[in-house]
Design a protein around this ligand. Structure first.
Ligand code: ZN
Length: 52
């Protein structure tokens, strides 16, 4: 198992200081932006990444 670093920009403020904030029922990764304190999902940033 290796850590995968994914560059994520907040869609609200375009900030890069984001933190994983658990998963939703849809199993999409929920992310919290440190800058604007808003939450969003970055599931669509995955491109062929398999959690298994
Ligand atoms: Zn933000």
């Amino acid at each position: 198992m290796r850590e995968i670093t994914i560059q994520v920009n907040c869609p609200h403020c375009n900030g890069v200081k984001v933190k994983k904030n658990g998963k939703k029922a849809t199993s999409k990764q929920n992310v919290l932006c440190h800058n604007c304190k808003k939450q969003f999902q970055y599931a669509y940033f995955y491109k062929g990444a398999n959690p298994a």
